[in-house]
Design a binder for this molecule. Structure first.
Ligand SMILES: *Cc1c(COP(=O)(O)O)cnc(C)c1O
Length: 465
């Protein structure tokens, strides 16, 4: 006689087998067999684990429900396929999530240029080859108040080209406090070695004075290089020389000062935590011969490395054979031009530059989104999940001010008895995946980096937890 409570073996038998699942997928015309085996097994194994772990307290899943779950898992894009992700981390310039977002208002007018030939490197007046990027270098020079500009693949490339073209075989002096590693293993000493320039380290990790640079200058010195620390802050007993005094020293000794700024902008932020960020024009005014920065950090545009500064030095970089390996294609050049033009009209800048828009967002501006999300979550009340709106601080990223914290609004999610890590993993496994941040056992979803279209999808994702 069968007992009233089924044994674990009985319970496990209620799950579909891999063969059954396969036949089911085939009958629906969905991908099946070897190609999706891993995902099918993952769903079935997930149920088996839960049954083994929780014994009889877990209600038996209906076979049809498990099959639907398998359908959904198979229809879902592969985890490593590039797709939309909801960034609820509050990190605006998130390198792993694609850095700067482009506003549809910015890209829409550019889109037709992708389907036609363009004057990428062609002077329409003379009918001859022109400057690559048309007006882009001119716009950059104008916005930064410098003589000339050049665009390459990324900022790492800009620094490499600068050192190779202008300092190979010579010495470049860098403070020990600035020998940094930026994400993705951009290490100043490595780039230096690659370029053929000789790195001369001066000062100590926490303190470098102008006299340290002065004493290190020799007949072989090409330049003093200042590197923005970007992703870490030096606090406590510290000292560093500013660009202006370095420029004065360099002028006196007949060498150059270059500034790897990393993240730059042509705009002055109103957000209190970001008010201190100097514009690129201010950095140029401070006296550096060359300033380099990324296109897809604070600037809010496409991946690019931009160098602005003295015409002669930029010209030598432009002529160096390495430039050809580092140049930028038409798609990015067209988008970069649109981004730069957007800076000429401050009135519409936030609509066309999402990095600036997200960084400038105030709590008041986030409230309508927050209300919309709370409303959508209403029906879930009492279902085990708990949530509340909390005033928080976001770390904006972007390498401009590593220590800056901006006031923000977050939804704090938790489920009693479950750690935040598990909730965060479930959110990442959804479609679209949602990435938040953990704080004291809860998942924080930061409204700073959410797009208006994210709210319904986010509500659905939370509903599926
Ligand atoms: C980000 C950064 C880089 C690298 O720029 P990419 O555009 O990522 O190549 C180099 N230097 C500094 C100071 C940076 O902040």
């Amino acid at each position: 006689m069968k007992s009233a409570t089924p044994t674990l073996q009985d319970r496990l038998r209620t799950l579909p087998s891999v063969t059954e699942a396969d036949r089911h997928l085939e009958s629906l015309g969905l991908p099946h067999g070897k190609a999706v085996r891993e995902r099918v097994v993952a769903v079935i194994e997930g149920h088996r684990e839960r049954m083994r772990g929780a014994g009889e307290s877990v209600p038996l899943p209906a076979k049809a429900d498990v099959l639907s779950e398998i359908e959904a898992a198979v229809a879902r894009p592969a985890a490593n396929q590039l797709r939309r992700v909801i960034n609820a981390t509050g990190v605006v310039v998130h390198t792993n999530l694609g850095r700067a977002l482009l506003s549809p208002e910015l890209t829409r007018p550019v889109e037709p240029l992708l389907h036609t030939y363009i004057n990428l490197e062609f002077d329409l007046k003379t009918g001859k080859r022109g400057e690559r990027g048309g007006q882009v270098p001119e716009l950059l020079a104008r916005l930064s108040g410098s003589e000339r500009a050049l665009v390459v693949n990324n900022n790492a490339a800009a620094v490499l080209l600068m050192l190779t073209a202008l300092a190979a075989g010579k010495e470049v002096i860098v403070s020990r406090g600035e020998l940094v590693e930026i994400g993705g293993a951009f290490r100043v000493p490595d780039i230096m070695r690659q370029s053929g320039a000789r790195l001369v380290e001066v000062g100590t990790t926490n303190r470098t004075r102008l006299s340290d640079y002065a004493e290190a200058i020799t007949a072989d010195t090409a330049a003093l290089l200042k590197v923005h620390r970007s992703n870490f802050a030096l606090v406590g007993f510290t000292e560093e020389a500013g660009i202006a005094e370095m420029a004065a020293l360099a002028a006196e000794r007949g060498i150059a000062v270059w500034h790897d700024l990393g993240s730059g902008n042509f705009y002055r932020f109103e957000q209190p935590a970001l008010r201190g960020i100097p514009t690129i024009a201010q950095e140029i005014q401070a006296g550096a011969e060359l300033v380099t920065f990324s296109g897809d950090k604070l600037l809010g545009s496409v991946q690019a490395g931009i160098v602005v500064g003295a015409a002669e030095a930029v010209g030598r970089m432009r002529k160096h054979p390495l430039y050809r390996s580092l140049r930028v294609d038409r798609v990015r050049m067209a988008l970069l031009e649109a981004s730069l033009r957007a800076y000429l009209d401050i009135g519409t800048l936030r609509r066309r530059n999402l990095v600036i828009d997200m960084l400038e967002r105030t709590r008041e501006e986030m409230e309508p989104m927050a209300r919309q999300l709370l409303e959508a979550l209403g029906p879930l009340e009492g279902g085990g999940l708990t949530w509340e709106l909390v005033p928080e601080l976001s770390l904006p990223g972007g390498g401009a001010l590593p220590e800056a914290r901006i006031e923000t609004l977050c939804l704090a999610l938790s489920r009693p008895g479950e750690d935040g890590e598990a909730l965060a993993a479930a959110l990442r496994a959804g479609e679209p995946p949602v990435v938040g941040r953990l704080s004291e056992g809860r998942v924080l979803l930061d409204f700073r980096t959410l797009l208006p279209g994210d709210i319904p999808a986010l509500a659905e994702a939370i509903g599926g937890l």
